[in-house]
Design a binder for this molecule. Structure first.
Ligand SMILES: [Zn+2]
Length: 470
């Protein structure tokens, strides 16, 4: 239950005075937000730098969550916290009912232990710019709430700080799942499952970018790959590699056969499905004079559509089983869901292009048809309109030690303004913009179908290659 805060009532009166009772234009509403964001420039950029120096890994972002809660308090916004362990969701209601637009920022850092600003004990580092996402979200919250424009909007703005986008510490997260603390390994998946997006109609965020990563100042891909992850253990039989190799079952040979069989599948993948399978051997044996009996392989399977993802995963499983048969060993295949493919909403994309180019200039806006990377915003984009674009401000290679926000104005302040401008475009004029987005959106899955699909990916298969053919 959320109530009008005292400050928004005061600001509402200020608005009535300023506009003499008439409806302000969309440009005036955006200008009012921009002026407030400029007034809070120091607060926004110092928040981004503070988070840069205090990186936390997914589902553990307590301190980062506390920092954004302080901003919501300053903005007079009521919020819920501890969502999917660390998420924080603040709400600002407009002057009339209407669609609910979530502006999102991701709380978590990556593991890049040699980053100069990494946490020395955990290895966490903001090498993907999520610190800038939270600064941008904070700026949008301050700009929209403190400008007092809410009475002129039809609908609700949710300011959502979301946990655990990066797919890291898989063992730790599987432990959370096994102990019942979470159901999924990523934050947005968990928030969907827990119903924290049930009252949200669409979601918009802005990801940081660097010239090394994206040539223009802003841009987006129409879509991005989804993926699932496999952890594979070949179990053979140890024996002296020189004296009695005939008594052994070589699990390393089974693993290398599996990699060859997976490679042979590549000719069957369609170009348009953008399938990527990239296995690695994480344990190849114990001693060189012992036939390897315990060999570990990990892989992601990525693809452009949910269907292509399952098709490629089926072929990978078949290749692994075939190798186990060839060598007569056992193999355990543990599969866990990654992200579903991202589908950036085209109407939201158009709004982003208009607003970001207004701020940064028309040169260098880059649109890609597809990206091979993945994000859990993809999961959300299968059930509601979502936008996951990029804006400049960083320098260095993404996910590497040289990544940092080099231009605070572009990295922290511009995303705040863009988010605020998009909220205005969506909810001003009786929420005409948001209603168009919703009317033209085609979901990939209902929430129930989505959960069934992702839950069905969790699977551990033990296949005995020695007895499979009878
Ligand atoms: Zn990221």
């Amino acid at each position: 239950m959320f109530l009008w805060s005292q400050s928004s009532i005061i600001e509402r009166k200020w608005w009535l005075l300023l506009y003499d009772g008439r409806m302000p234009s969309i440009a005036e509403l955006k200008q009012a937000c921009g002026t407030e964001i400029d007034r809070h420039r120091e607060r926004i950029t110092s928040l981004g730098e503070t988070i840069m120096d205090a990186p936390e890994l997914g589902f553990k972002e307590e301190n980062t969550a506390a920092l954004i809660k302080r901003v919501f308090d300053e903005a007079g916004l009521p919020y819920q916290d501890g969502l999917a362990l660390t998420g924080v969701k603040a709400v600002l209601r407009g002057g009339a009912p209407g669609p609910v637009v979530a502006l999102m920022g991701e709380l978590d850092a990556l593991l890049v232990s040699d980053h100069p600003r990494a946490n020395r004990s955990t290895g966490a580092a903001h090498a993907c710019g999520h610190n800038a996402q939270i600064a941008g979200l904070a700026g949008a919250a301050l700009g929209i709430a403190k400008s007092g424009i809410a009475p002129h909007l039809a609908g609700t703005i949710v300011f959502f700080a979301v946990p655990a986008e990066e797919y890291v510490e898989i063992g730790y997260r599987l432990g959370l799942v096994r102990s019942g603390k979470t159901s999924f390994l990523c934050g947005k998946q968990e928030l969907i499952k827990l119903g924290h997006f049930d009252d949200v109609d669409m979601a918009v965020m802005v990801h940081s970018s660097s010239p090394e990563f994206l040539p223009g100042k802003a841009g987006l891909t129409a879509s991005a790959n989804g993926f699932l992850a496999k952890s594979i253990r070949f179990k053979g039989r140890a024996a002296h590699a020189g004296v009695a190799p005939e008594q052994g079952v070589n699990a390393l040979d089974a693993a290398t056969l599996a990699l060859a069989a997976i490679n042979a599948q590549r000719t069957t993948f369609r170009d348009e499905d953008c399938v990527r399978v990239h296995p690695i051997i994480t344990k190849g044996g114990d001693l060189v004079n012992v036939v390897p009996s315990d060999v570990h392989v990990e892989t992601y399977v990525r693809a452009r559509t949910p269907e292509a993802l399952l098709d490629a995963a089926t072929k990978v499983d078949r290749a692994i089983r075939g190798a186990a048969i060839a060598m007569g060993c056992t193999v355990e295949i543990e599969t866990v869901p990654g992200n579903l493919p991202l589908r950036n909403d085209t109407n939201l994309a158009r709004m982003f292009r208009d607003n970001s180019t207004q701020l940064l200039g028309t040169d260098g806006f880059t649109e890609y048809p597809h990206s091979g990377g993945s994000t859990d915003a993809g999961d959300l984009s299968q059930i509601m309109p979502v936008l996951h674009p990029m804006m400049t401000g960083a320098k260095g290679n993404v996910h590497s030690p040289d990544w940092h926000i080099a231009d605070p104005e572009c990295g922290y302040v511009m995303p705040a303004k863009t988010l605020a401008m998009m909220a205005v475009d969506l909810l001003a004029n009786g929420a005409e913009g948001a209603r168009k987005v919703l009317s033209e959106f085609q979901p990939g899955f209902s929430k129930a179908e989505y959960l069934r699909r992702q839950e069905s990916v969790f699977r551990t298969e033990v296949f005995d290659g020695a007895s499979a053919l009878g």
